[in-house]
Write a protein that binds this ligand. Structure first.
Ligand SMILES: NC(=O)C1=CN([C@@H]2O[C@H](COP(=O)(O)OP(=O)(O)OC[C@H]3O[C@@H](n4cnc5c(N)ncnc54)[C@H](OP(=O)(O)O)[C@@H]3O)[C@@H](O)[C@H]2O)C=CC1
Ligand SMILES: CC(C)(CO)C(=O)C(=O)O
Length: 330
């Protein structure tokens, strides 16, 4: 199949290398040093899916009409990236590989002739240098759209993507996006203090703040009438129970949830942006929770404070642990 990948970063590079290895005709978009590195030496993938060296075609914009497109940018870049490639991709099946709640709707709005799906990835991947990606932990990914059961196209595309990494077609995709949003509450705190996800979770005080942001997200989701999808051992029942727990009991949830990361330090995709000096996705993660709260006349003070701290880090660098701990005192 001819597959176009927009944004050959951590996940885009992983999919590009593995789909190329599976025999697909892959073209990626990249810019600057990444474009030069991929044109010169291909994509070098290491870690959980083995060592793969993929010599794929690379350009600033896709040059050939693909059958399938993966949009692998951060959420804040999706609109610009899709618009720039719209002439070539409108009409193709588009999979938006993205955290947050908006990816599929953004693509569908910009590409009226395309069939758009979303992919929730639990894989942890690190874009270590231009052209190089290291997968620090592997896991099944989830493909779907809307609220209904999985459709035939989701199943067909899940089969194609499973030639690269395990992908399941799921129903109730919107609810699963919310569950993934709860999981992504692990991104902000490590990005603020410049520690790995594992280090942040092993610190009692930081874990408390992560737990509070997760619980606030679940409570807002419940108030919005969301039925949380099953993903990574979480489901609607478990999250509703978690929403009622005091923090000292609830803090067990992030500990068990992220045990799968193992001991290879995972920075999370938000901190990777910080370390590269790029804007983060925080307005589409914790910021999405704040907007969802506002839509029902409510507030999400923990998430609001974490958004502000991540923006401070983007401007001025990592902050001491005390600044995060203070979030629960205000
Ligand atoms: N990394 C991970 O472990 C995981 C990531 N995710 C999610 O997957 C999505 C992708 O994340 P990740 O792979 O980490 O992101 P990266 O930042 O590693 O890669 C994003 C890519 O998009 C490119 N890009 C940015 N703007 C544009 C544009 N306007 N046009 C074309 N390309 C553009 C970037 O290029 P440039 O570098 O030149 O800006 C970069 O190559 C995010 O939503 C993230 O939250 C989900 C699970 C795990
Ligand atoms: C896999 C996980 C939860 C943490 O690495 C992630 O989604 C991210 O980094 O954005």
């Amino acid at each position: 199949m001819r597959i176009g990948i927009i944004g050959a970063g951590a996940l885009g590079g992983t999919f590009a290398a593995l789909l190329h290895q599976a025999g697909h005709d892959v073209e990626v978009t990249a810019r600057g040093a990444s474009l030069a590195a991929i044109r010169d030496g291909g994509i070098q993938l290491t870690g959980g899916y083995g060592d793969v060296h993929a010599r794929v075609e690379a350009s600033e914009l896709l040059t050939r009409r693909p059958d399938l497109v993966l949009v692998c940018t951060k959420a804040q870049d999706a609109e610009a990236a899709i618009t720039a490639n719209a002439e070539v991709i409108d009409g193709a099946t588009v999979v938006v590989v993205q955290n947050g709640l908006d990816g599929v709707d953004t693509a569908a709005k910009l590409l009226p002739r395309s069939s758009c799906l979303g992919l929730l990835s639990i894989i942890a991947a690190n874009h270590t240098e231009p052209g190089s990606v290291r997968v620090t932990s592997t896991a099944e990914s989830f493909l779907g759209r809307g609220d209904g059961p999985p459709d035939d196209e989701s199943r067909r595309i899940a089969e194609v993507l499973s030639e690269a990494v395990p992908v399941a077609a799921i129903g109730g995709f919107r609810g699963a996006q919310w569950t993934k949003l709860v999981v992504n509450m692990v991104n902000a705190v490590p990005a603020i203090v410049g520690r790995s996800v594992q280090e942040a979770l092993s610190n009692r005080l930081l874990r408390r703040v992560i737990t509070a942001s997760m619980r606030e997200t679940v409570r807002i989701g419940i108030a919005r009438g969301i039925r949380f999808g099953s993903l990574q051992g979480l489901d609607d029942r478990r999250l509703r129970r978690f929403a009622r727990m005091p923090l000292w009991i609830g803090q067990r949830l992030p500990r068990t949830l992220f045990a799968y990361l193992g001991s290879v330090p995972n920075l999370g995709s938000t901190q990777q942006s910080v370390r590269r000096g790029q804007p983060t996705e925080i307005d589409f993660l914790n910021g999405a929770v704040v907007r969802q709260a506002e839509a029902i006349g409510s507030d999400a003070p923990v998430n609001r404070a974490l958004v502000q701290l991540v923006h401070e880090v983007e401007r001025e660098g990592f902050l001491p642990v005390e600044r995060v701990v203070a979030v629960l005192r205000n």
